[in-house]
Design a protein around this ligand. Structure first.
Ligand code: TRP
Length: 450
């Protein structure tokens, strides 16, 4: 039964393939666009410190919990939870995740589209000659407030995402990530070295890495936690779904560890590019929000010989990293409709892609294209509700489900299957039963009641 199930649904070609796909999901705009943005808006180093704690103490445990549910049940989130606890309301975790996934995809694809636009800009030589911060600001404003361009690139990204998803998890995701992610990594290291050696980079390093704990407050903790879930692709079933394709022989603990580690490393490196550059070339404020990276990256390219080429390569690879993430967002509802409703992958991909497209239109127009949507900051509201609150709520439910409903004993048996060791199990049990749910609940209540 089990092997039949496996062969019908498809599994990753190897453990490495799963790692690449899961890291591909985790690493994306969350690391390179969203992380520097929230660091800049929340006081710099203090935020970074809380963020690292959130990943180590909560994010990693939740990731392992999601992977365990997925691999145990070998199903989409709704089906997985239903097979562990039949006909219980807990499977709403899966439905909530599907809605959250579509909502995040809707504005995420808008941003990914803008990167595609920047790639084209780089090719056409928009940032040639002496690049100043006024110039990068102007370029961004002109571009993002052009509704036709933004909608066009948004549609292209959604189309590519739905196309790859319709081809299936194995053929679709594995092939691209294997080669391109390592190149992105090398390029990021290279850019960080350049940024760190700019004259005047010191102030930026200080802002980014030397925490002033008197600035610590609840808002910082809330956004750090939300950012951890967002960046690790947690709280909406992505890792349940990806876990469902993992082979029984693979080690879940080291997989979760590797994905969390590499995701955090890339985010930290992105900050090492942005903040030194920002302080070395004055004119852009660290709290300039969502436009931050669009304004700062062209500056660092202008400080490199052959910067055009680096810029092109960078935006292209970042676009690929974004698409391996949009794929994982769309895969959750698609896996549900394929497993539970027997839809074809293509039908599910097209229909779910269309839902994201519709919801994404107001987000696309809230970057300057339409006045009242821009003033209302439509995309930022969706990001707050789904990218922070819904993910945290989903993660809370996953902790409660694994820690108290399914039970850590059964989860640990699954983790240990095939004779694997699980030496840090006591820490994990403590985190999943007590620390994570209590911390998340406390922070959510505090944020919602103010
Ligand atoms: N983690 C991705 C990033 O950092 C975005 C993402 C993909 C995501 N799948 C997710 C976020 C699921 C939350 C939940 O860019």
């Amino acid at each position: 039964m089990e092997s039949q199930n496996l062969s019908q649904r498809g599994t990753w070609g190897s453990k490495a393939a799963f790692i690449f796909a899961a890291t591909g999901s985790a690493i994306g705009l969350g690391n390179i666009w969203r992380f520097p943005m929230v660091v800049g808006e929340n006081g710099g180093a203090v935020f970074v410190f809380v963020y690292i704690l959130a990943v180590a103490l909560i994010g990693f445990s939740v990731m392992l919990a999601e992977l365990v549910i997925g691999r145990h049940a070998q199903k989409n989130p709704v089906g997985a939870i239903d097979s562990i606890k039949p006909r219980s309301p807990w499977k709403s975790i899966g439905y909530l995740g599907m809605i959250t996934g579509i909502a995040i995809l809707s504005y995420y694809a808008v941003l990914a589209g803008m990167l595609a636009g920047y790639f084209v800009k780089m090719i056409s030589g928009a940032f040639r000659g002496n690049v100043t911060s006024q110039m990068t600001e102007q370029t961004f404003t002109d571009f993002s407030s052009n509704p036709f361009l933004v909608l066009f690139f948004f549609a292209v990204v959604l189309f590519i995402t739905a196309y790859i998803i319709s081809k299936g998890v194995k053929g679709g995701i594995e092939r691209y990530t294997k080669v391109l992610m390592p190149i992105l990594f090398v390029l990021i290291i290279f850019l960080a070295i350049r940024a760190l050696t700019l004259p005047g980079a010191g102030e930026g390093i200080k802002f980014y890495l030397s925490p002033d704990f008197s600035k610590l407050n609840f808002k910082i903790v809330f956004f750090a936690l939300g950012q951890a879930f967002f960046s690790l692709s947690l709280g909406m079933g992505t890792m349940i779904t990806y876990g469902s394709y993992i082979n029984k022989k693979d080690n879940l603990v080291s997989s979760a560890g590797w994905v969390s580690f590499s995701d955090t490393l890339i985010a930290l490196l992105a900050g090492l590019i942005i903040f030194p550059t920002l302080f070395a070339i004055p004119g852009i404020s660290p709290d300039s929000g969502p436009s931050l990276v669009f304004k700062v990256f062209p500056l660092i390219f202008s400080k490199l010989p052959g910067g055009q080429i680096f810029g092109m390569l960078f935006f292209l690879l970042l676009l690929v990293a974004a698409i391996t993430s949009t794929i994982s967002l769309l895969e959750v509802p698609v896996a549900y409709f394929v497993d539970e409703r027997k839809w074809s992958r293509t039908k599910a991909a097209v229909l779910m892609g269309l839902c994201a497209a519709l919801l994404g239109i107001p987000s696309a127009l809230s970057w300057g294209g339409v006045k009242f949507l821009t003033k209302f900051e439509f995309w930022a509201k969706i990001d707050l509700i789904f990218g922070n609150i819904a993910l945290a709520f989903g993660a809370l439910l996953i902790c409660l489900f694994v820690g108290w409903v399914w039970g850590v004993k059964k989860a640990i048996a699954e983790i240990k299957s095939g004779g694997k060791k699980f030496t840090i199990r006591h820490i994990w049990i403590f985190s999943i039963k007590y620390l994570s749910p209590i911390a998340i609940l406390f922070i959510l209540i505090k944020i919602i009641i103010g």
